[in-house]
Design a protein around this ligand. Structure first.
Ligand code: SF4
Length: 440
C-alpha cells in the first residue's frame, strides 16, 4: 500500500486545505506516513505571504529530496499558484499544482500507480526518462486562473487522531480587497463563501466527530456571504450555529476592522458559547502608511472598533497583525504605530517584517526601509506586545474561567486554552478536548 506524507506551511485557511487533501488521499486508499523520509508521495502545501515562506518551501523540497530521492514530491498551495516554474525547477519535484487545481491532486497521485486503480507505486528512481511518464525529468505544472474559482473547497469534517483539538472550519476563501503589500488575492482568487446550510452541516459533522470548539476561518472572514445569492453575513451564520447546533464554543480567525461592527461585537457579548477573542489586523498606526497600504480604514476608525470590543467585552483577547518596514515608513510613522498600540488595549500582537511580494502594488514603490531598522522595530514591537500580554494575564488573576485541554502537557500538567485566548496549565495529566474550570 503506497504511503503519503503532507506538510502545510502558512495560515489556517491552507491548514484546512491540507486537511481536505489528506482525507481525499486516505479515501483513495493511501496510508499516511508520519515522515517524509519513508513516504512514496510527499505533498507540500505552500505559502507565499512572505519571501521567507517561499524559501522555507524550497528548502523543504531540497531536504526531502536528500532524505528520500525516490519520493514523488507534489508541491501545491499559494507559492505553487504564484510561481510554479520556480518550484518546478527544483530537483525532485514531480508536480506543481496551483490552488486553482488542488482538487485534482488525488487523481494525479492515483496516476502514480503502476497499475490503474491500485496503490502500488513504481519508485521514481526506477522509472526511465520517458517524458510521458511520471518519472524524473521535468516536473509537470498544473495551474490556471485562480479567479475562475467559484466555490470554497472544504475538508470533509472528520476528526482524525493527531488532528487539532480545535478543528478549523474554513467557510470563506479568497479576497476582493487589494491591500498594496498583499499577494493573497492573486493566489487565492475572489472572495467566495460556503452556503450557510453547508456550514451548519459541517459544524454538526465536526461535533459528531467530537469537536467541542471550532475555529471559523477564512482569508477575509468578515466578508463571508457577500458573494452568495441570497446574500448572507457572518453574524447571520453565527446566529444559526448558536440556534441550530449545540456546539460548546465557536472562535473566529482574523476579521478586518471594517467588519468588526457593533452588531457583531454585541452578538459575541450575548453568548457564552462565542470565544471572547478578536484578532483584528492593524498593519500600521500611521494614517500615511495605512493610505499607502490601501487599507480601508484610518487609525481613528480602528481605535473605535477596538474600544468597542473592550467596552462590550472587558475580558476579551484583542490581537492584531502589524507590519514593520513598509516602503517609505519613517521614524515618525513607526513612532505613531508604537504610540497607537500603547494607547489601545491589545493583549497580543503578531509582528511581521515587510516582505516585498512580486506583482503587488507595494513591490514597485521603492524607498525600502533598511533591514537593521526593520529588525530593531520588530524587536521593539514584540517587547511591547509581551508587556501587553503580561499585563492582560495579570489582570485575569482570580477570575474563574473554563478552558479546553490541548494535546500538550508535561510531568503532571496539561495545557489548556481559555475562551479569551490564554494558555493555562491544569494540574494532572488529562486527555485533550476536555473542559476544565480554572481560576486564573
Ligand atoms: S484583506 Fe488585504 S491583507 Fe487581507 S487577504 Fe485581503 S488583500 Fe490581503
Amino acid at each position: 500500500m503506497a504511503t503519503f506524507s503532507i506538510e502545510n506551511f502558512g495560515c489556517r485557511a491552507t491548514e484546512a486545505d491540507a486537511a481536505a487533501l489528506r482525507r481525499e488521499l486516505l479515501a483513495g486508499g493511501l496510508t499516511q506516513s508520519g515522515e517524509h523520509a519513508s513516504a512514496d508521495v510527499v505533498v507540500l502545501n505552500t505559502c507565499t505571504v512572505t519571501a521567507a515562506a517561499d524559501s522555507q518551501a524550497r528548502e523543504a523540497v531540497r531536504k526531502i529530496y536528500r532524505v528520500n530521492p525516490g519520493a514523488r514530491i507534489v508541491v501545491t498551495g499559494c507559492y505553487a499558484q504564484r510561481a510554479p516554474e520556480e518550484l518546478a525547477a527544483i530537483q525532485g519535484v514531480a508536480w506543481v499544482v496551483g490552488n486553482s487545481h488542488q482538487a485534482e491532486i488525488p487523481g494525479i497521485v492515483r496516476g502514480f500507480a503502476s497499475r490503474p486503480g491500485t496503490a502500488d507505486f513504481v519508485p521514481a528512481a526506477a522509472l526511465d526518462d520517458d517524458p510521458m511518464s511520471l518519472a524524473r525529468g521535468a516536473a509537470k505544472i498544473l495551474t490556471g486562473d485562480i479567479f475562475a474559482q467559484s466555490t470554497v473547497q472544504i475538508a470533509p469534517a472528520t476528526l482524525m487522531a493527531g488532528d487539532r483539538t480545535r478543528p478549523i472550519l474554513k467557510i470563506q476563501d479568497g479576497c476582493n480587497n487589494r491591500c498594496s503589500y498583499c499577494v493573497i488575492p492573486f493566489v487565492r482568487g475572489s472572495s467566495r463563501s460556503l452556503p450557510p446550510d453547508e456550514v451548519i452541516a459541517e459544524v454538526r459533522a465536526l461535533m459528531g466527530a467530537g469537536a467541542k470548539e471550532i475555529v471559523l476561518s477564512g482569508i477575509n472572514l468578515g466578508s463571508y456571504g457577500r458573494d452568495l445569492a441570497p446574500r448572507a453575513a457572518l453574524g447571520e451564520v453565527v446566529r444559526r450555529i448558536l440556534d441550530e447546533t449545540g456546539l460548546d464554543q465557536l472562535r473566529f480567525s482574523s476579521i478586518e476592522p471594517q467588519d468588526v461592527t457593533e452588531d457583531f461585537v454585541a452578538l459575541v457579548a450575548s453568548s457564552g458559547r462565542l470565544a471572547r477573542h478578536f484578532h483584528i489586523p492593524l498593519q500600521s498606526g500611521s494614517d500615511r502608511i495605512l493610505r499607502a497600504m490601501h487599507r480601508w480604514y484610518r487609525s481613528g476608525h480602528y481605535a473605535e472598533r477596538v474600544n468597542l470590543v473592550r467596552r462590550l467585552l472587558p475580558d476579551a483577547a484583542i490581537g492584531a497583525d502589524v507590519i514593520v518596514g513598509f516602503p517609505g515608513e519613517t521614524d515618525a510613522d513607526f513612532r505613531a504605530t508604537v504610540e497607537f498600540i500603547e494607547r489601545l488595549p491589545f493583549t497580543y500582537l503578531h509582528v511581521f517584517s515587510f516582505s516585498e511580494r512580486p506583482g503587488t502594488a507595494a513591490a514597485s514603490l521603492g524607498y525600502g526601509v533598511p533591514l537593521q531598522t526593520i529588525r530593531e522595530g520588530a524587536r521593539a514591537l514584540r517587547d511591547l506586545a509581551q508587556r501587553k500580554s503580561d499585563a492582560f494575564r495579570a489582570a485575569q488573576a482570580g477570575r474563574a474561567v473554563r478552558a479546553l485541554t490541548l494535546a500538550r502537557g508535561g510531568d503532571n500538567w496539561t495545557e489548556a486554552l481559555t475562551g479569551n485566548y490564554l494558555k493555562v496549565r491544569i494540574p494532572g495529566s488529562h486527555p485533550a478536548n476536555e473542559w476544565h474550570e480554572v481560576v486564573m
